[in-house]
Write a protein that binds this ligand. Structure first.
Ligand code: PXP
Length: 242
């Protein structure tokens, strides 16, 4: 069976926030993605609210038929915003203000005390939990010990390899981590930096149940949709003097 596709729509909100206005509406994008076959919608509520806003979470939870996965930092502030929405999934990610996007996985070994209580709180709220981790076996073992429901393997290092580099070592790390996670009873997701050109080998890892992909899909949508958007504007201009 092929892995499910979770579509991350953060960058629809990035475009909206560029004008601090109403368009494009992330919920409209989420419904289009759902209609096109997305098995889930993912958004990242960042501490600096640079793209997704709290109102987006509430609207998405209301309108989507597929599961909503909210990524957030393991902080009290983030959880206070996310918990009341009761998304199907919460994925805990590391976060720093300076980064352009998530850099690396959580250090679950170092943060185990804090993660244990946050995971307990999420479970009590009937929210399934995932930890975004680098494909490092000690991290995977800790996720199982903390009784997370799933791990999302960070494919960022694999995706960032130069075109000329041999990806086999990074792919082996991902395969080994996926195998270990599955053996420990964790569900296995993967994501970050995946695109049309590099998704194949990750999608082929048998234990990977779901891929979370955002930037490349939204970036491609801008290009694929541009001809139609220009044609629509031409029609609107032409129609104004009819
Ligand atoms: N998974 C996680 C945990 C992420 O933080 C992100 C980026 O927000 C993604 C997947 C999607 O990555 P990309 O936008 O590069 O496809």
């Amino acid at each position: 069976m092929n892995p499910r596709l979770g579509v991350n729509i953060d960058h629809v909100a990035t475009l909206r926030q560029a004008r601090a206005g109403h368009e494009p509406e992330p919920a409209a994008a989420a419904l289009m993605a759902q209609g096109a076959g997305a098995d889930g919608i993912t958004v990242h509520l960042r501490g600096d609210r640079r793209h997704i806003q709290e109102r987006d979470l509430h609207i998405l939870k209301e309108v989507l038929a597929v599961p909503l996965n909210v990524e957030c930092a393991a902080t009290a502030e983030a959880l206070a915003a996310v918990n009341p929405v009761k998304p199907a999934w919460v994925t805990l990610v590391p976060e720093s203000r300076e980064e352009l996007t998530t850099q690396g996985g959580l250090d679950a070994v170092f943060l185990q005390g804090m993660l244990r209580s946050i995971l307990r709180e999420l479970r009590a709220a009937d929210i399934r939990t995932s930890l975004f981790l680098d494909p490092v076996l000690d991290q995977i073992k800790m996720a199982a010990k903390l009784e997370a429901d799933a791990v999302e393997l960070n494919t960022g290092l694999y995706a960032d390899l130069p075109m000329t580099a041999d990806p086999s070592a990074e792919l082996s790390r991902l395969r080994d981590a996926a195998r270990m996670a599955s053996r420990l009873g964790l569900r296995v997701l993967a994501g970050h930096g995946l695109s049309l050109s590099n998704v194949g080998p990750v999608a082929a890892i048998p234990e990977v149940e779901e891929l979370n992909i955002g930037h490349s899909i939204i970036g491609r949508a801008v290009l694929i949709g541009l001809e139609r958007a220009v044609a629509e504007m031409r029609t609107a201009i032409a129609g104004s003097r009819a």
